[in-house]
Design a protein around this ligand. Structure first.
Ligand code: ZN
Length: 205
């Protein structure tokens, strides 16, 4: 463990930060080192008019905010079966997942879910409704899942080793990549095609 990480961890535990620090947040998240505005070294402190520590440039006063990242995915169905992808990348190489990935700037949640399905499974889908939300606090992420219907055929995208359609009783529950995808699949089957709003989960490590 580098001293940089250690000092970050210590700053979390001994800070006089007036707000409670989420202790299950992973302090190994990459800390920031240099200011993207001026290139000087960043420091950890509470900016004026703020209430928690941030990465701050003492040279140009830029505050570098870090906020949760959105992952968006889709449980896509065709003829009663669900499209899953076997991951060709880490983390969880070789495990199965619903198509999902980081949302891009300039797109909507639904467009992101459709894009990820196209990239990972070469499949065009008709997006349904948002039905599952998972707070992945230790990773600084929020995972959001839509229902979807395959519009046509599917294939194997660059980030996948294999893709295929699974009926509910064929789902490889023991070989799923992530708890958030597992939650989405469970709720999808429980909903039985109905829109029962958004199911929520806080994924605690
Ligand atoms: Zn700067």
């Amino acid at each position: 463990m580098t001293s940089r990480y250690l000092s970050l961890i210590l700053s979390i535990y001994i800070s006089d930060n007036p707000l409670p620090v989420p202790l299950n947040w992973d302090p190994m998240l990459p800390p920031m080192k240099y200011c993207s505005s001026c290139g000087e070294t960043l420091n950890r402190r509470i900016p004026g008019d703020d209430n928690r520590e941030r990465w701050v440039c003492d040279h140009c006063d830029t505050v570098h905010y870090q906020n949760p990242i959105i992952v968006v995915g889709c449980v896509a169905e065709k003829d009663g079966r669900i499209l899953l992808c076997k991951r060709a990348i880490e983390p969880r190489h070789g495990y199965w997942t619903v198509p999902a990935g980081f949302m891009e700037l300039g797109e909507s949640l639904a467009a992101g879910a459709a894009r990820e399905t196209l990239e990972e499974a070469c499949a065009e889908i008709e997006i349904g409704h948002l039905f599952a939300s998972v707070d992945v606090i230790h990773a600084g992420q929020v995972h959001l899942f839509f229902t979807g219907t395959l519009a046509g055929d599917y294939g194997v995208g660059e980030e996948s080793l294999e893709t295929r359609l699974y009926s509910e009783d064929e789902i490889p529950w023991d070989d799923l990549a992530f708890p958030s995808g597992r939650f989405a699949l469970q709720k999808y089957f429980e909903d039985q095609g109905q829109n029962n709003g958004v199911h929520t989960l806080v994924w605690k490590k």
